[in-house]
Design a protein around this ligand. Structure first.
Ligand code: ZN
Length: 431
C-alpha cells in the first residue's frame, strides 16, 4: 500500500513539474494558434459584387472617394469593423461591408492558343497584371461592359475578354497513385497547396495538359499532377447511372461513332435538336479536315465530343507509340477545329487491353446496347434493338455514317421520349 502511495505522490510531483514546464512552453503556442487564424482569414483574398451605388473611400483622412455602381466587381483583401479593404480597377480603399456581396465563382476554360492577358480594368489599354496560358481553368465572377469578364487564377485578379473563355466539360477520372495527390491552386509546383486526394478518389477533370489537370472531388478543387490520374473505364453490358435513384427522369446516352460525315451527321443533328436530345459523337480524326464544319455544328449544338482514334485502327494490334499517336493526333485536330479537346474515348471494335489503356488519359467508354446498325443497315431493325434492350442508364451504340441510321433516329427518339427517357451525353450519365 505504502509503496503504491509513494509512487503516486512521486508521479504527481513529476507530473506537476512537467505540467508547469509544458505550460510555459505551450502557452505562447496556444496563444499564437488562437490568434493567427483570425489574421490569416482577414488576409484571404475574395471577390464581391457591389449591390448598390456606394462611395469607395480612398483616403480616410481627406475623405477622397470614387463612386462604385451596382454590379461593379471588387477584390476584397480583408475586413475590419464592418469595413472592407477592397480594390476596384486601379483604386484601393474602404467600403462598408453591407454594400458588397461575396461571389461564388464558376469555372471557365481559357481557350485561345496564345492564352490571354489579364488587365486591371475592362479596357484594351488598361495595365496588364498577368498572363494566363491556354487550356487552364480559372475562376469566373461576372461580366463587365465592353465584352469583358472578371476572373482569377492563383493570385492574379482582373479582366479578360469574354471571348477567351469557354465552359469546360467534365471527364470522370480516378486518382491512381498509391500516395494520392496534392491539390494546388495553380498549375505549378510553387503554387499554394489547397488539399490532398487519396488514392482511388473519384474526380471530375475539366482540363488536362501533359503535366497538370484541373480536377474537382467532393471536397477539393484545383490542379493535380496528370500522371497521378487514371481514366474511368466503362466496359461490358452494364448500366452506368449512379444518379438513377435521385434523377427525376430515366436517362439514355445515344452515341454516334465513325463520323463526322458530310451528309448523314447533319440529318442526325437536325432530329436531335427537334427532340431537345443531347448525344455523344466519337470522332475519327482523319475525317475532320474534310468535314470541319460538321464537327463545329456538332459542338455548337451542345453535344459531347469523343475521340475514336485517327484512322479507326484496332489498337490492340498496335505498338504503344502508335496507340499514343492515334489518340493525340485526333485530340489535336479536334482542338484545332473547335478549341476544346474531346472529353471521352472509345476504342474501335471495343478492342482494349491494359497496354492500350495505359496510353489513354481519358475515360474509356464502351456501350451497353449494340444496335448493329452498321451490319444490317435497316432502320426498323435499329429501332427494334433499342426497344428490346433499353433501360435506365443505357449507352446505345450507333453510327452517323449510314443513311439507314439517320432514317431510324426519329422513330427511336419518338419511342424513348414517349417512354419517359431523357437523352443525355455519356459524361452526364456517368455523373
Ligand atoms: Zn467505330
Amino acid at each position: 500500500m505504502a509503496k503504491i502511495n509513494l509512487s503516486n505522490v512521486h508521479l504527481r510531483r513529476v507530473g506537476g513539474i512537467l505540467l508547469k514546464k509544458l505550460c510555459i512552453f505551450l502557452l505562447p503556442i496556444l496563444f499564437f494558434m488562437l490568434y493567427t487564424p483570425k489574421t490569416l482569414a482577414a488576409q484571404q483574398t475574395s471577390v464581391s459584387v457591389v449591390i448598390k451605388q456606394v462611395n469607395l473611400i480612398l483616403n480616410k483622412e481627406t475623405g477622397e472617394f470614387v463612386t462604385l455602381n451596382k454590379d461593379d466587381i471588387v477584390i476584397v483583401h480583408g475586413e475590419e469593423n464592418n469595413l472592407l479593404k477592397v480594390t476596384y480597377k486601379s483604386y484601393t480603399g474602404y467600403l462598408s461591408s453591407q454594400y458588397a456581396k461575396k461571389i461564388t465563382p464558376k469555372i471557365r476554360l481559357i481557350h485561345p492558343k496564345e492564352g490571354t492577358q489579364v488587365r486591371k480594368s475592362n479596357s484594351e489599354k488598361a495595365e496588364t497584371v498577368g498572363n494566363i496560358n491556354t487550356n487552364l481553368i480559372i475562376n469566373f465572377y461576372g461580366t463587365a461592359a465592353g465584352g469583358w469578364s472578371f476572373v482569377n487564377y492563383g493570385d492574379i485578379y482582373g479582366y479578360v475578354p469574354t471571348s477567351a473563355l469557354k465552359t469546360p466539360k467534365p471527364t470522370k477520372m480516378i486518382v491512381s497513385h498509391k500516395d494520392g495527390v496534392t491539390v494546388r491552386n495553380m498549375a505549378s509546383f510553387t503554387s499554394e497547396k489547397v488539399g490532398f486526394m487519396p488514392n482511388k478518389t473519384t474526380v471530375f477533370s475539366y482540363s488536362q495538359s501533359k503535366e497538370w489537370s484541373y480536377v474537382e472531388s467532393k471536397t477539393f478543387k484545383g490542379y493535380v499532377l496528370s500522371e497521378r490520374l487514371k481514366p474511368f473505364l466503362v466496359t461490358g453490358n452494364q448500366k452506368y447511372n449512379k444518379g438513377v435513384s435521385g434523377a427525376p427522369k430515366k436517362r439514355v446516352a445515344l452515341t454516334f461513332d465513325d463520323g463526322p460525315h458530310k451528309t448523314v451527321t447533319g440529318q442526325i443533328l437536325k432530329i436531335l435538336k427537334k427532340y431537345d436530345a443531347k448525344a455523344t459523337f466519337f470522332i475519327v480524326g482523319n475525317r475532320v479536315k474534310a468535314n470541319s464544319n460538321v464537327l463545329k455544328a456538332i459542338y455548337n449544338d451542345g453535344h459531347e465530343i469523343g475521340n475514336h482514334t485517327w484512322d479507326h485502327s484496332k489498337l490492340t494490334s498496335l505498338s504503344a507509340k502508335n496507340v499514343k499517336s492515334q489518340f493525340t493526333r485526333t485530340n489535336d485536330i479536334v482542338y484545332a477545329t473547335i478549341g476544346v479537346y474531346p472529353t471521352v474515348f472509345r476504342p474501335p471494335y471495343g478492342s482494349i487491353n491494359n497496354s492500350v489503356q495505359a496510353q489513354i488519359n481519358k475515360p474509356i467508354i464502351l456501350w451497353s446496347i449494340d444496335t448493329l446498325d452498321w451490319k444490317h443497315r435497316n432502320a426498323k431493325k435499329t429501332l427494334q434493338y433499342v426497344k428490346n434492350n433499353v433501360s435506365d442508364g443505357s449507352i446505345i451504340l450507333l453510327h452517323d455514317i449510314h443513311q439507314t441510321t439517320a432514317d431510324s433516329l426519329e422513330s427511336i427518339l419518338q419511342y424513348l421520349t414517349k417512354e419517359g427517357y431523357e437523352l443525355v451525353t455519356v459524361t452526364e450519365i456517368l455523373l
